[in-house]
Write a protein of this length. Structure first.
Length: 280
């Protein structure tokens, strides 16, 4: 009997900057191979992806026999195709803001009975420890603050208008439950969504998110995570951890450069954990 392991066949859904990066890294991998690449605009794939790898109709994904499907396109993909994906393969949700819709989260959790649904940590530092505290019921509070240059945001109204007004000083665009923020900034707050999944005893309603536009922050994304654990919070005697992650980012970039490598690391870890929802 051969001791060689078969390659993990990966379907890539979305071919923006992150999708292209993952496609290239999977091609370079010794134990993963590309099963298919899908993009809403097929012209984007021409001359970059071999014709036999391009999937024109996403409803036919199962014909390519993927072991893992990685979404890096838009939250609407999970809403429309997520349950179908989980019926045939493991599924890594690259846009976990989709799960801020309670109906979508319930559907996906229900569908993850035979395959695993994986949530990449992305720019979330300490996600595993947050999840452990949530498992024990000792996580009392979680707040994530993301600060970026106004050009690095892709926002819906009314945050779009607030962001446009950030000309010479920092402007707080939103401060409140993550569930209310995700529909307004679906491409920018996936880190907060991942935090809400990790902190499952608090969820999207209990985890607090703060979004700040800072015109002086031209080459960085800042992500601050404030954790409150066991102890007497009212008396100021609770366990706390604060981290500040400074991620280099090119001008206008939605995703910081270090997050690309983090996503690929998550892709490599997205296997073998069985059914259910897993942070990776």
């Amino acid at each position: 009997m051969s001791s060689e392991k078969s390659e993990v066949r990966v379907g890539v859904v979305g071919f923006g900057h992150l999708g292209q990066y993952l496609y290239e890294k999977v091609n370079e991998s010794d134990d993963h191979e590309v099963a298919f690449v899908w993009n809403r605009t097929l012209e984007t794939l021409e001359r970059k992806v071999p014709a036999d790898v391009i999937l024109a109709d996403l409803t036919k994904f199962a014909e390519r026999k993927p072991d893992l499907i990685v979404e890096v396109a838009h939250p609407s993909i999970s809403m429309q195709y997520g349950p179908m994906f989980l019926g045939s393969a493991d599924y890594m949700v690259g846009s976990p803001t989709a799960l801020a819709d309670q109906h979508v989260e319930d559907q996906l959790r229900q569908a993850a009975k035979h395959h695993g649904m994986y949530i990449p940590a992305g720019a979330l530092w300490g996600g595993g420890d947050i999840q452990k505290m949530a498992d024990r019921g000792t996580l009392q509070g979680l707040r994530v603050t993301m600060t970026k240059h106004p050009d690095h945001f892709r926002l819906a109204s009314p945050l779009h208008e607030k962001n446009a007004a950030a000309k010479d000083k920092p402007v707080t665009l939103y401060d409140g439950p993550v569930r209310g923020l995700c529909p307004l900034a679906p491409n920018n707050v996936n880190t907060m969504a991942a935090a809400s999944i990790a902190a499952h005893n608090l969820g999207f309603d209990g985890v607090q998110g703060c979004l700040i536009a800072d015109p002086s922050l031209t080459e960085w994304h800042h992500v601050e995570v404030e954790v409150t654990g066991p102890g007497n919070q009212a008396a100021g005697q609770a366990f706390t951890v604060n981290t500040l992650r400074k991620n280099p980012a090119k001008k206008g970039a939605v995703t910081g450069s270090a997050t690309y490598a983090s996503f690929f690391s998550s892709l490599l870890r997205a296997r073998g954990m069985g059914p259910g929802v897993h942070l990776c």
